[in-house]
Design a binder for this molecule. Structure first.
Ligand code: NAD
Ligand code: IPM
Ligand code: MN
Length: 367
């Protein structure tokens, strides 16, 4: 199989970890006889520096002509004081919207050998395997108006807006995932306050009738934040609004031990996807070869699974990550006490080597 992949390193540690994704795909190519061709383009701060535009047209066009996209991360203090339409983050929001990437899948999987990296008690963090399905192109991030208002400029507005169709398609995606996973769906909202959440809840109930095999529960977002770290094993698929999903996924990363462990897939309705870590550009550690590349590496596995339907190949990456963690290799974020501390580049090399060599393959991440 031959695939063309657009690679957008972005800023900060995005530029360091993105090599993890290309290196493991090259290793997969060698082992399984596929060809992956990478073409690079700028987004975020790097694109602002080069062309004064956080999402240049060439970048968008390259993505549209590619079979899938890798993105590192965007943003950093250098660009924080720019007006909001010129910020690096605006490039990320625009690419999600322009490519129609409405379904953001954020799997949260506790690797056994990292149990002691989590701040949670081992018996709470053990065997967690849940999937946050975050709506990505609507809600509070995109509603209009969103502006500083009034003559005095003393009033600000952000709008939480959804159409019925936008809610329906994300809820359907979540039900489809629940069916092939453990058949439980938790819909997270704030229906005791927000009108948008009341419509969301209504639609979940309508769709539930079409998926009788799936157990459905509704949970307020504040309670969900608490339950995610007190009883994470109670969750299978969690579906929620854009901003709620953003916040809950960073929180859930602590189950795994580090934000540097969470991959993500942002999908259209027909299998096209952009794959990026959940974390940001981590300016506090950028440039020091310290960033954990696993979130980016596991995002490559998600690409193989969701965009190319290469299951065995995807599992070879997950397996390699598990073996390397079992062998005791750790980047500094994983509280390595007693284990072997390695840098970003070394970690990427070790995982890619394991992918090339291969070993018994079994699914770790599930559907
Ligand atoms: P962040 O995710 O960049 O970092 C939060 C904390 O987690 C930091 O202490 C960082 O060192 C640590 N961390 C993150 N990724 C890590 C990794 N791979 N390995 C080890 N440690 C890691 O969030 P922030 O500091 O709030 O934001 C920094 C910048 O990144 C901002 O400009 C923000 O807008 C942007 N951001 C971008 C994305 C994205 O591109 N998808 C996501 C989140 C934040
Ligand atoms: C993420 C990030 C982005 C978001 C920011 C950088 C716009 O936090 O991908 O989780 O809020 O979606
Ligand atoms: Mn986020």
């Amino acid at each position: 199989m031959k695939k063309n992949i657009a690679v957008l390193p972005g800023d900060g540690v995005g530029r360091e970890v993105v090599k993890g994704a290309t290196a493991v795909l090259e290793a997969v190519g060698q082992r399984f006889g596929h060809e992956f061709e990478f073409e690079y383009a700028n987004i975020g701060g790097a694109a602002i520096d080069e062309s004064n535009n956080p999402l240049p047209n060439e970048t968008l066009e390259l993505c549209k002509q590619s079979d899938a996209v890798f993105l590192g991360a965007v943003g950093g203090p250098k660009w924080d004081s720019l007006p909001s339409h010129m910020r690096p983050e605006r490039g990320l929001l625009a690419i999600r919207k322009e490519l129609g990437l409405f379904a953001n899948l954020r799997p949260v999987i506790g690797f056994h050998s990292l149990l002691h990296s989590s701040p949670l008690k081992p018996e709470i963090a053990e065997n967690v395997n849940l999937m946050i399905v975050r709506e990505l192109t609507g809600g509070l991030y995109f509603g209009k108006p969103s502006e500083r208002r009034g003559e005095s400029g003393e009033t600000v507005v952000d709008t939480l807006q959804y159409t019925r169709q936008e809610i329906e398609r994300i809820i359907e995606k979540a039900f489809e995932l629940a069916i092939i996973r453990n058949k439980k769906l938790t819909s997270v909202d704030k229906a005791n306050v927000l009108e948008s959440s009341r419509m969301w809840r209504e639609i979940v109930n309508e769709k539930a009738a079409l998926y009788p095999q799936v157990e459905v529960e509704h949970m307020y977002v504040d309670a969900a934040a608490m339950k995610l770290i007190s009883r994470p094993k109670d969750f299978d698929v969690v579906v929620t609004e854009n901003l709620f999903g953003d916040i809950l996924s960073d929180e859930a990363s602590m189950i795994t031990g580090s934000l540097g462990m969470l991959p993500s897939a942002s999908l259209t309705g027909d299998g096209f996807g952009l794959y990026e870590p959940v974390h940001g550009s981590a300016p506090d550690i950028a440039g020091f070869n310290k960033a954990n590349p696993m979130a980016m590496i596991l995002s490559a596995a998600l690409m193989l699974k969701y965009s190319f339907n290469l299951r065995e190949e995807a599992e070879s990456i997950e397996q390699a990550v598990q073996e390397v963690l079992n062998a005791g290799y750790r980047t500094p974020d994983l509280q390595p006490n007693g284990n072997m501390v390695v840098g970003t580049e070394e970690m990427i090399e070790i995982v890619a080597q394991h992918v090339k060599e291969g070993s018994a393959i079994s699914s770790i991440m599930g559907a």
